[in-house]
Design a protein around this ligand. Structure first.
Ligand SMILES: CC(C)(COP(=O)(O)OP(=O)(O)OC[C@H]1O[C@@H](n2cnc3c(N)ncnc32)[C@H](O)[C@@H]1OP(=O)(O)O)[C@@H](O)C(=O)NCCC(=O)NCCS
Length: 483
């Protein structure tokens, strides 16, 4: 039987070969694996070879799950004719089967492999639906199916033909493939990790090397500004493919008073589903719900070309200024929309995003620990990102060689090589001293300036800009904390 190869960042699915018999035996002889799936542990390499030839490569469409990092086979994933099993399948409906070697359980490997195979089935076959069953006493397998969109049919059966199946009820699930069911619902606690991973996938390297939005979300759910009634996930066939959350915010009016307002984000659509209209559908729905609960005004930073489709306009047109830009500027990425007409009226004021959005900057160590709990991903400077600047001296960072280094020798994308090396700042100085230091390079800077600046003007410009750089923001926060 012909099976194609396919892969994710972490695993690949490839056809089984005779030469895999030994590895198959190593893991399939584990008494904790086969009996859970209804087959006896393998007793010899010869038996494993026979399974590769007669079961995997003949009667079913089965792939070896390979861990790319080590190139080792760590499981199997397949589908095939219902044959003589007792699952209540529909006419001609294939069933799905899989296992993962015990040392690799609970790392999301099986879910990832099943999703990969389902994508393949969706795109290359006409299969209408798939059936799957798991022993009731094997809930991990049921969880994998549910995460991939399988829905319990409500049936339970006994299958004596399965190894040790005589007394063990099987729970039956089905996945409808030709009936794309898109659903938006409130996020639940069991979705948290999946949604944070989705957020990480959606933002990785998009605006800057790596991303921090998944950590913002992780921390925000316990923040008093978080609005649980507006924390939505979007599913297609049971798989979470989108997410959006909202936050309370405020605008400081010109008279100094605080005016209640709201913002949203991060909003994430899984990379496989981007540019297909899902983001707008999710947002339209969420904005409708926001209006229903009395939210009058929303502002946020984003791409006008996208957000204009759901009613956003430049905030400056409503006399809402952005904290990090000159008051008179028409800020192209700062957008607003009145959900309740007249809510904002003729007021004028300035908006600063809520503190919760800066958690990764405020707690870099905690963020690092959190980030390390996800599979490693390569950070990169790449075209289309926001311009990157050294967060200590403001120097533009356009290529890896411009950047500093961390203690372990990896690239640090926050700082330039002149400010930061081997995990340390090279100059221990104050922000004013740094401004003074940078002002000596005025001639260099002037080469790229449309209008020449004097040293004094340049220093003044830096005094406006530097407080927003991460190094000085953190320093200020630390000072405030110790006061
Ligand atoms: C079932 C099996 C394939 C899962 O592989 P895996 O790579 O560990 O699966 P994943 O990590 O993708 O997902 C496992 C899920 O089950 C959950 N889980 C694990 N043990 C559980 C338990 N005792 N009760 C409830 N859920 C459990 C995990 O938390 C995880 O869900 P989460 O993402 O919500 O945290 C693996 O356990 C296995 O090979 N078992 C033996 C063979 C088998 O049972 N095959 C299936 C026959 S139907």
């Amino acid at each position: 039987m012909n099976v194609e190869e396919m892969e994710t960042e972490r695993i690949s699915l490839r056809p089984w070969q005779d030469s895999d018999a030994e590895t198959l035996f190593k893991y399939a002889s584990d008494p904790d694996v086969g009996p859970r799936a209804g087959w006896p542990p393998h007793k010899s390499v010869e038996e494993s070879l026979e399974v590769i030839r007669i079961v995997f490569n003949k009667d079913t469409t089965t792939w070896a799950i390979v861990l790319k990092e080590t190139d080792e086979i760590i499981g199997a994933m397949g589908y095939g004719a219902s044959c003589d099993c007792k699952l209540p399948t529909r006419e001609g409906e294939p069933i799905v089967g899989y296992w993962v070697a015990k040392p690799y359980w609970n790392l999301g490997i099986c879910t990832e492999a099943l999703r990969l195979m389902l994508d393949h089935i969706r795109t290359t076959t006409d299969i209408q639906s798939l059936c799957c069953g798991h022993f009731v006493d094997n809930p991990a397998s049921g969880r994998v199916m549910e995460k991939c969109g399988f829905v319990p049919t409500g049936e339970e059966c006994i299958d004596e033909s399965q190894y040790m199946g005589k007394d063990r009820p099987i729970c039956v699930l089905r996945l409808e493939l030709k009936n794309n069911r898109m659903n938006i619902r409130l996020e639940q606690s069991q979705d948290y990790r999946e949604v944070e991973n989705l957020t990480r996938e959606a933002f990785w390297n998009v605006y800057r090397p790596g991303c921090t939005e998944h950590y913002v979300l992780n921390q925000y759910r316990t923040n008093p500004d978080f609005i649980p009634e507006l924390d939505f996930v979007m599913e297609e066939n049971g798989r979470i493919i989108g997410h959006v959350m909202f936050s309370k915010a405020e605008i400081i009016l010109d008279d100094g008073n605080s005016f209640p307002s709201w913002t949203f984000g991060p909003i994430s659509i899984h990379p496989d589903y981007k540019r297909k209209g899902y983001g707008l559908r999710l947002l339209q729905y969420a904005l409708g719900k926001a209006k229903e609960i009395g939210i009058g005004l929303i502002q946020m930073e984003g791409n006008f070309e996208f957000y204009k489709h759901v009613g956003f306009n430049l905030a400056s047109k409503m006399k809402i200024h952005y904290h990090a830009e000159p008051r008179e500027a028409e800020v192209p990425y700062f957008l607003a929309q009145e959900l309740i007409p007249g809510y904002w009226g003729n007021r004028e004021g300035t908006y600063c995003p809520p503190k919760g959005y800066f958690v990764a900057d405020e707690n870099p160590e905690a963020f690092e620990v959190y980030e390390a709990s996800f599979p490693a991903k390569e950070k990169n400077l790449q075209p289309g990102q926001l311009p990157q600047f050294c967060q200590s001296c403001g120097m533009p960072l356009t290529k890896n060689e411009d950047c500093g280094t961390n203690a372990d020798g990896s690239i640090n994308y926050d700082y330039c090589k002149y400010c930061y090396a081997e995990g340390e700042f090279l100059q221990k100085c104050t922000m004013d001293e740094m401004i003074e230091h940078c002002s000596q390079f005025i001639d260099e800077v002037n080469k790229n300036m449309p209008k020449q600046k004097t040293k004094k003007e340049y220093k003044q410009m830096m005094r406006g800009f530097f407080p927003m750089l991460k190094r000085w923001r953190i320093e200020k926060l630390m000072k405030e904390r110790t006061i």
